[in-house]
Design a protein around this ligand. Structure first.
Ligand code: GLA
Length: 727
């Protein structure tokens, strides 16, 4: 890993063993993009700036009379609005004189070891010897707007992070109308766009579409990430597969309105912009004020989509998930929701815990319904006082009873929400988000609290702290079950209402930061009606996120495989539920491709199911390190193959493999061996089920023998695992 500046050529080169990123200073201070791709040793990359003569209608760049240089064609690192680049600009500033022209010129740079934090925002971190950061300084001489561009490269290969800080160093106020975190211009449109779409109960479905001329974008305007689109996109070379070919992956470490926008110009050069969605975004900068964008993560893989995913996984595990639970062994939990919904009391929970303990489960989560008069989803959100009548005593008494059985205790919260039928609403109707004079729209009978307000956050922190300190709480499920509408804050002046959405997200981060710092031992899991806020911003605070309210094991395959494009398996919340679509074995095998846990009434399990659960619990412990630290390989794609879904974990030293197959529908030919991936060709692996020994080379080239594994005919919904160990 290194960052070098060549005074002679004016070129900055950022190198890791997996990628090179290069940019240069051209003419009167234009910071131009040169290269992003596999490592190259060259230092003089100036020719890469040129994309041929420009067309007669294109303006010269201000201050440059060069027929080969126009901002209409040549790529800038952080293009601003109005100076001759007609594509989507990364920055648009409404100046005091009313126009939105900005022309940024390079003024200097600094290189530092490590990775700076971003104020108020989740962001990647690294020790001083793990990363290096380049800060480039730019300024618009007319308005005094200054921009700092931050680039960090990580020793751990294949990853670059970027963000921008915009400062008003002029004498008059300005308004940011668009401030992306990063812009990437690529020289060819020979790519497909890979992205994740969905809805409630169908999150993170993978799609691969051709790149087209013009604009395309992956966005959310829900105030939150939402299940509809994920803040992720990849450009995969047309010939790139799961295992081969060049792929660029992009994500935004953010949990609010995001935009991953694409514009492909008529020369066939795509531009990728990653940042806050500019629609509904305005940010007033008084003189001396600054604005920091969230962080963009860019990954380069020459090993197809699989290589990209494994790079994201390692990077997030080591440099984004800041919870101590990212590395510590997590408790195996059972959640009360699908077992009881709102219909529980203290005794029922203790009975769950007793049964769970018998099965080897470590932690019981008391889901929605423990506070205020919350007997259904119509009321009481905001009244975070324990309903002692329902629990049959204080929270401490209940938790002590559960702990006495050897089971830890977790609790559900939905801190950002408020029901109109709640004591909190009756006391503070102005705390609910609403535009003045308008009726509030309800969703699941609830409104959203104005998280931009410090007094709201202080109330929540106070109430949560009181409850969390009153008993031995080991886990929180932080839910969020509606998106934002009538978005405005009664506390913001009219000229700052455009800041509402971003301030909302900053407010959520502030509360999450305070809670996780005050209770660092608590394992935090995020949830948003399932996987509706599955994003890297949340991953920073919570090392696991509930994947979906859909616990059907076959549909879960598409959801979990999609999420695995960029999120580590150890982050994908997955439970065995009472869903009858398959036997309990397959439900267990699918949940093992995630955090693993249970979402059912353990008292209703048959003796045979209890025996199966005990085996699953043993498998959870046996394969924990392999699943949490190992490399994940998607061997088939459930969005493409309707029959078999196969995957594999390989330990970092390649001495251990866990293979899983789920038969979604019986295929015509189920005898064929499955070729494995990522093994050591020279090692000899023993299949612990059959005793058969194979070289890694044989397993990768001929495949694992599964011809008799399911008997004469596999049933729809059947599954198996194979553990192979090299000795
Ligand atoms: C959401 C979550 C569920 C459950 C309920 C409780 O729907 O996704 O898992 O916690 O809320 O109301």
């Amino acid at each position: 890993m290194s960052i070098r500046f060549d005074e002679q050529t004016g070129i900055f080169k950022l190198d890791t063993d997996k990628l090179t990123y290069a940019l240069g200073v051209f003419g009167p201070g234009y910071l131009t993009h040169l290269y992003f791709g596999p490592p190259v040793p060259d230092t003089d990359l100036r020719y890469l700036l040129y994309r041929g003569w420009f067309d007669s209608l294109s303006p010269y760049a201000p201050g440059v009379e060069d027929p080969l240089f126009s901002l209409d064609i040549n790529p800038l690192e952080y293009p601003a609005n109005g100076a001759g680049d007609f594509r989507i600009s990364a920055l648009s500033v409404r100046n005091a004189d009313g126009n939105s022209v900005t022309d940024l010129r390079y003024t200097g740079y600094t290189v530092t070891r490590g990775k700076p934090a971003l104020p108020g925002l989740p962001a990647a971190f690294a020790a001083e010897d793990e990363a290096e950061t380049l800060t480039l300084h730019l300024e618009d001489p007319v308005t005094g707007v200054r921009v700092q561009l931050l680039y960090t490269v990580f020793a751990e290969a294949g990853v670059l992070t970027r963000s921008a800080r915009i400062e008003n160093a002029g004498a008059a106020p300005v308004v940011l109308e668009r401030a992306y975190s990063a812009c990437f211009d690529l020289p060819t449109m020979n790519f497909d766009l890979v992205h994740l779409w969905g809805k409630w109960a169908k999150e993170n479905t993978t799609a691969r579409d051709p790149l087209m001329h013009g604009r395309q974008g992956i966005r959310s305007r829900r105030g939150m990430t939402g299940p509809n689109h994920n803040p992720f996109l990849a450009l995969a070379a047309k010939d790139a597969t799961e295992d081969t070919g060049e792929v660029y992956g992009f994500q935004l470490v953010y949990s609010g309105n995001f935009a991953l926008d694409l514009e492909t110009d008529t020369r066939g050069c795509p531009r990728v912009l990653v940042g806050i969605d500019p629609e509904d975004f305005r940010w007033l900068l008084e003189p001396g004020e600054s604005f920091t964008t969230p962080e963009a993560v860019a990954v380069f893989s020459d090993q197809g989509l699989g290589g990209m995913s494994r790079t994201f996984h390692r990077f997030y595990r080591n440099h984004l998930m800041r919870s101590p639970w990212a590395k510590k062994k997590r408790p195996l939990l059972i959640n009360s929701w699908e077992a009881a919904y709102f219909d529980f009391d203290g005794d029922k929970l203790v009975a769950f815990a007793r049964e769970a303990k018998e099965l080897g489960i470590d932690l019981l989560v008391m889901d929605d319904g423990w506070f205020g008069d919350r007997f259904d989803d119509h009321r009481a959100l905001g009244d975070w006082q324990v309903n002692e009548a329902k629990l049959g005593g204080t929270l401490k008494q209940l938790v002590d009873r559960v702990n006495a059985l050897g089971v830890q205790f977790g609790i559900w919260y939905e801190p950002e929400m408020i029901n109109p039928d709640s004591d909190l609403y009756r006391a503070h109707p102005d705390w609910a988000v609403c535009a003045p004079g308008r009726e509030k729209s309800l969703s699941r009978h609830q409104c959203v609290l104005d998280m931009t307000r410090r007094d709201v956050r202080d109330y929540l922190f106070g109430e949560m702290t009181r409850v969390l300190s009153s008993a031995n709480i080991a886990y929180i499920k932080w839910d969020c079950n509606r998106n934002l509408s009538e978005a405005a804050s009664l506390q913001l002046p009219p000229e700052r209402q455009g800041e509402f959405f971003h301030r909302y997200v900053l407010g959520v981060y502030d509360l999450m930061d305070r809670i996780t710092r005050a209770f660092p031992h608590i394992l935090l899991e995020n949830c948003s009606s399932g996987g509706g806020r599955f994003d890297p911003g949340m991953l920073y605070f919570s090392p696991q996120i509930w994947g979906s309210d859909n616990t059907d094991p076959i549909e879960r395959l598409t959801i979990q495989f999609g999420a695995s494009l960029c999120y580590p398996i150890s982050a994908i919340g997955a439970h065995v539920s009472a869903n009858p679509r398959t036997g309990i074995e397959t439900r267990g095998n699918v949940a093992l491709c995630g955090t693993f846990g249970y979402e059912l009434d353990p008292g209703k399990l048959t003796p045979a199911e209890k025996a199966a659960v005990k085996e699953q619990v043993a498998a959870y412990h046996r394969y924990y390190d392999l699943i949490h630290e190992g490399d994940f390989y998607r061997l088939t794609a459930p969005t493409e193959d309707p029959f078999l879904c196969d995957w594999e974990f390989v330990s970092p030293d390649r001495s251990e493999v866990l293979f899983t197959r789920v038969v979604m529908r019986r295929p015509d030919n189920f005898y064929q061996p499955r070729r494995l991936k990522g093994l050591d060709p020279d090692k000899f692996y023993t299949d612990e089920t059959t005793g058969q020994v194979y070289s890694g080379a044989l397993l990768m080239h001929a495949g694992l023998d599964l011809s008799l594994a399911f008997g004469r005919l596999p049933q729809d919904g059947a599954s198996l695992t194979r553990h192979l160990v090299a000795r």
